[in-house]
Design a protein. Structure first.
Length: 150
């Protein structure tokens, strides 16, 4: 019976490691560590209850101890740009915005950005617009209620 449990725990460990390798989401690797502990317990002749307690305990401990460290190294390096500060800001159209062409540019915060109209309307150069959102490196804008500035 115990020899069978050694193979069972080795199977759980292999499946957990395979799932982790296939997904790289840090979800199942903890179960592989717990299964390894349970494998040693089964090999030593421990009861099924002890094996299950070790499996659950080591899995939880591994997750709690290692996950914060692993997330730091596995997570993509995100470089904040603060570009979201442009949302709601006023910009000047420097190249006519025409979604059909597609063309358009606005000047805001000392930089020129590619722009598209949120409503699909053409916006001539010189108009003031409000920035609604960003899609990649494009600003999606809408005309301001104010008249065009020369």
């Amino acid at each position: 019976m115990m020899n069978g449990m050694v193979w069972t725990w080795l199977g759980v460990m292999a499946v957990s490691a395979f799932v982790e390798a296939a997904t790289l989401t840090l979800v199942s690797i903890w179960f592989a560590a717990g299964a390894l502990a349970a494998t040693f317990a089964a090999y030593a002749g421990a009861s099924l209850t002890v094996q299950l307690i070790l499996f659950v305990g080591v899995s939880i401990a591994a997750c709690v101890a290692v996950r914060p460290l692993a997330r730091r190294f596995v997570a993509p390096n995100v470089v904040p740009t603060n570009a979201d500060r442009l949302l709601g800001a006023e910009a000047r159209v420097t190249e006519e915005i025409d979604n059909a062409a597609p063309s358009g540019a606005v000047y805001v915060d000392g930089k020129t950005w590619t722009a598209r109209s949120s409503g699909g309307e053409r916006i001539p150069a010189g108009e003031l617009v409000e920035i609604e959102r960003m899609e990649g490196v494009k600003l999606i804008v809408r005309p301001r209620a104010a008249a065009a500035v020369s």
